[in-house]
Design a binder for this molecule. Sequence first.
Ligand code: FAD
Ligand code: FES
Ligand code: FES
Length: 1443
Amino acid sequence: MPCPPQSDELVFFVNGRKVIERSADPEVTLLNFLRKNLHLTGTKYACGRGGCGACTVMVSKHDPVSTKIRHFSITACLVPICSLYGAAVTTVEGVGSIKTRLHPVQERIAKSHGTQCGFCTPGMVMSMYTLLRNHPQPSEEQLMESLGGNLCRCTGYRPILESGRTFCMESNGCQQKGPGNCCLDQGENDSSSLGRRSDICTELFAKEDFQPLDPTQELIFPPELLRMAENPEKRTLTFYGERVTWISPGTLKDLLELKVKHPEAPLILGNTSLGPAMKSQGHFHPILLSPARISELTTVTKTSDGLTIGAGCSLAQMKDILAERIPELTEEKTQTYRALLKHLRSLASQQIRNMASLGGHIISRHCYSDLNPILAVGNATLNLISEEGTRQIPLNEHFLAGLASADLKPEEILESVHIPHSRKWEFVSAFRQAQCQQNALPDVNAGMRVLFREGTDAIEDLSLAYGGLGAATVSAPKSCQQLLGRLWNELMLNEACRLLLDEVSLPGSAPGGKVEFRRTLVVSFLFKFYLEVLQELNKIVSALDSSRYPEISDQFLSALEDLPVTIPQGVQTYQSVDSHQPLQDPVGRPIMHLSGLKHATGEAVFCDDIPMVDKELFMALLTSSRAHAKIISIDWSEALELPKVVDVITAEDIPGTNGAEDDKLLAVDEVLCVGQIICAVVAETEVQAKRALEKIKITYEDLEPVIFTIQIPELEVLAHELCKQFHTNASLQGEGEVHVGGQEHFYMETQRVLVIPKTEDKELDIYVSTQDPAHVQKTVSSTLNIPINRITCHVKRVGGGFGGKVGRPAVFGAIAAVGAIKTGRPIRLVLDREDDMLITGGRHPLFGKYKVGFMNTGRIKVLDIECYINGGCTLDDSELVTEFLILKLENAYKIRNLRFRGRACMTNLPSNTAFRGFGFPQGTLVTESCITAVAAKCGLPPEKIREKNMYKTVDKTVYKQAFNPENLIRCWNECLDKSSFHSRRMQVEEFNKKNYWKKKGIAIIPMKFSVGFAATSYHQAAALVHIYTDGSVLVTHGGNELGQGIHTKMLQVASRELKIPMSYMHICETSTATVPNTIATAASIGADVNGRAVQNACQILLKRLEPIIKKNPEGTWEDWIEAAFEQRISLSATGYFRGYKAFMDWEKGEGDPFPYYVYGAACSEVEIDCLTGTHKKIRTDIIMDACCSLNPAIDIGQIEGSFIQGMGLYTIEELKYSPEGFLYSRSPDEYKIPTITDVPEEFNVSFLPSSQTPLTIYSSKGLGESGMFLGSSVFFAIADAVATARRERDMAEDFTVNSPATPEQVRMACADQFTEMGVRKMERGKHLSSIRIAENLLERRILGSHTKPTESETPRVGFTTTTLRRRRQRPLRDVAAAVVGQNFPSPPSACVLLTSEWQSPPNQHRRAMSLCFRLGLTDFCQPPLRRRRGAAPFTPAKPLCPP
Ligand SMILES: Cc1cc2nc3c(=O)[nH]c(=O)nc-3n(C[C@H](O)[C@H](O)[C@H](O)COP(=O)(O)OP(=O)(O)OC[C@H]3O[C@@H](n4cnc5c(N)ncnc54)[C@H](O)[C@@H]3O)c2cc1C
Ligand code: FES
Ligand code: FES
């Protein structure tokens, strides 16, 4: 047997320690190496694609040109270890530790309350740390830039930024101050020093006490690496992996030789393009050539006509080079450089810019490339080199289109790029529109250049290039050619738009959708360019004291400014504790999260951070690729033949129950959605398990959809009276429809579980990331058919849940447990981000219809709302969500004649499930949209209608629960007052009068949020408190730490009750062995009910201790405990809380379903850009009735975090599915959650002062979910701005903005000549098939963004109607109307006609059926039934057949 070739030694440093890897595998990433090989688990996996920043570490390298050490942040998940030769890596563990010394960055992020679940925190720390290594006193802009690529799903970013700000120059931070005792040291200090004004506090931490930053304390660059860099190794280094060989030549000559030898081998630089393609698109390269050590590729040359930048320079270096060069040149020469610099600021994240190379960027030719369009119009030249010599090719449309004649030859590489200076009378601009302003791939971008004949506005040369429109960057050479010689005026602009839209064709079926929007952007950008250039021309002529060019009216100038990203500011206001409260009593004080410091140092252990256990196997899941199909066969023989693959687990291996009848753990015979789990592979390693999945062959037979109806309770309040009321009571009527898209939980820690079988009595230990360990325990028990008492579930902490870890973890736990029992070995299952997003479902998308009757004063007399939610393929929580949303639909309004109805539609999508707010955020948007529509009809501002209809005095809700709305009104008034609403409304109106292309909007929203579950048994809780003989206390309770700080609050409670400092206490984990039969930590009630249980246990203990204390009042706690032990007094107690009473009688439509309400109000102001649809949040003020917060820092964190999550739901988070039901948006690239730049510029949160509730523990309230809905204030502010724009454009005002109000929605709603052009062009474009139209509509309606049909779509459906009429069938118009969401049809005809129209050929029939099914139209095939108590919620209905 031939010996395997010998790899070179890979040498690099991690946290100051030398690493020598003798068999480095090029496929191993730094993230895996750190976590698995070095056991440095502080660096987290959350997406694996460079999109979230959880894996950020710092790399330091010696720069041979500047001879300086360069420190830069990178995402370790995209970095192959082989690329680290000679580099020093610093991870969060190398920065500081609670065991040795905390770094100020770590200390400050924790003490500023910048951590909740803590999963993003190490990445945040590393981004900030790297910034400080380069700029010990950074500017606030630099801080924002450094954190732009780090996602956090919990905090809302404000406190993270706040902690970073303490290092900034501007913040006048505490650099010079010495260390001291922190007032947050677990409750023993008085919070009175914290920004206290009488009983009101405005600071949550004391920055004066932070230890100073001392740059001399940092790890030095390893001298050994310095020596290596100064005498660089010139020989080629080769690393042989199992499948891939990495070759790193030391000289350019060797590289060129290798390129001849391996022409197919890619050059690997940043790996930000190759890496994701290898991971997700199955690209495979057996040989990789790394030019990282070739200095020629990083050379920068300034010439008299331009700048030549080495292809190996990173985009961050390019940014610095341009920023340095621009001030050295006259303005006219720098047009292209400025345009590049503009895009380099928003392209990807700091980490990606640090990694990605200019060469890699250009050669990748991504259709969305932000730089290629500018380089193309800027006449950049590519300097190529090969063994044959050098040559230059233009970076033009031919190169970008990949034409062989204009491309690199296989043996050539890109050495550098020459970017010429711009000239006098030449103007270059860049444009970009993405879902959010930062860290998002663009929908469309553009580079534009015009050169005028000297001293005139006659076009001498014109170049336009667009990204995001096709498979590559596209140019419009013909249009540009035809415009030569034309003068720069509106006639030219009109002609240019027409020509452009003809040339840059984008068919209606173009991948990525958003076709009209993208076409509209093409001309909107051109219009912006036109104005920009006109302004520049005017500047020149005004300098010459002439006025030859058209003037831009002041109103239109607003088109020119981009909405800037600004640093958020704000104040958090809360009530300080009573001045008589003992200092040691921590209740009501802003105590830091118990795990805060551990989060910041990476020492907090999450499920997958548990070290590998003996004989552990890794499990990977195989999921269905079909939406509805019969499984004909599964062949895993090839998978089992792969090395290290141990077994395949299928439904047949389940000893007990395979889930529920309608929700199987592992599919049997049939699959109901793409992403349904079919089987699992267990292997020695993760890589082997995943490779084995690819070898399993499944044959499917597609099935006609089977139709189910779901019977949902109807709350009929005066239903019989309703009709009468419409006629007698209301002088005006209105109807409308609202679509609210779904939402992905995007918890940073994906689902994961570790199951360890024990040797005795079938016992299992399960470590799982869940909100409901008892449910996991129960499910595993029934799956394995063993008693519950053999299974122990442990939850140390969860990296975010938001409802997504209530039900699903049980599925993963059970499948892993089956694997563990079958193999007899421990099983670890960690979902990829892609799989997590595909499999687990999320918030239910909702379609709501309302009919409202009202007086012209705005008083609503009658309201009828009907909601349909998309439940996905199994019941899960859909029924409960529907019930909740019906109960909560009235929000804060007293409307006596109303009817609320809700239905869940079963569809062939992954099952949707619990999500923060549980139906309230979706349903209440319908109510609030209705109010906005009433306001428009009455010609009154929406806030007047809200105020008029709000509950004002003690009253009963629609379901007859008595409540006092006093605090609701107080919140509303306080919010109006604190936000200076009325004066700002006037300022907004003033602004809008003066600006045509930018509009501001303002909205204030009231909230009545019911806390808890609608059943008493769900409010019970238990706790177990042990006091040990040294006096230390171990607290255990039934709540899980999800980041919401429940453990911190529980210790605050125990500390008050036992009257000892929190430092005596500890919480180890939540375990089913200590507190059994727990309820899911959800519904905002966790701290509330568990707090009562902890209180109960502590009171029992204290009672037992009382005689001892009485006897020795001067004794210490330790004395009393010692005495108690001597006297045989039990020092362990169980606490129990029986729960709040809650019930709902659905037959009567009455009950007391919720223990109490949280009231609040939020006011938001935004500015929109009518030409691009982008928006900026100017200010948000939130007032929340928190009563007496247990911990204001934690509660404000919950409010801010949920507000930002809600803002994401209503403005940017958009799920995209293929017509076959495959989820496209499965990574942070395609699914955008808010980033740090999305935080409102001014963000104020206040607690309502002097508020009490007798019901709850220490008069506190559960605030976990309520803030979510307040995010809709941003949505309604956008809607307000859109309405103003539409008014000005003489368009219908009763227009409904659907959620999310994405840039696409906003742009298309602010219709103008450019949207008209974009849409009109579609009609002349390729005709869509009717199926395709329906599918487009489907995608938009129930799954996606819900825009109205285009003009080209509607006539086509109309045409179909005619055909049907001829066949004497009922008109399809109803169907069309239903599909497009304008008017729900008389139901049965809809489905029937839709199917009969497409009866043949058969595959069309099937698609049509599936379309009906997914649209939820299936619900109409039989009349809605009233729900009988206990009736099976999913009942098979008659199959839907054509007549
Ligand atoms: C999370 C994320 C966000 C992003 N966001 C954006 C964005 O907003 N806008 C945007 O425009 N881009 C974005 N990108 C894409 C990014 O700009 C490119 O991936 C990057 O520039 C590629 O550079 P690289 O060095 O990593 O290339 P690599 O992945 O290392 O290589 C890419 C290709 O280039 C070839 N190549 C590299 N150098 C040379 C050379 N000198 N000669 C010949 N061939 C060469 C390689 O053979 C390979 O085929 C994003 C990427 C990620 C991962
Ligand atoms: S895990 Fe690396 S960026 Fe998300
Ligand atoms: S604290 Fe940031 S993701 Fe949880």
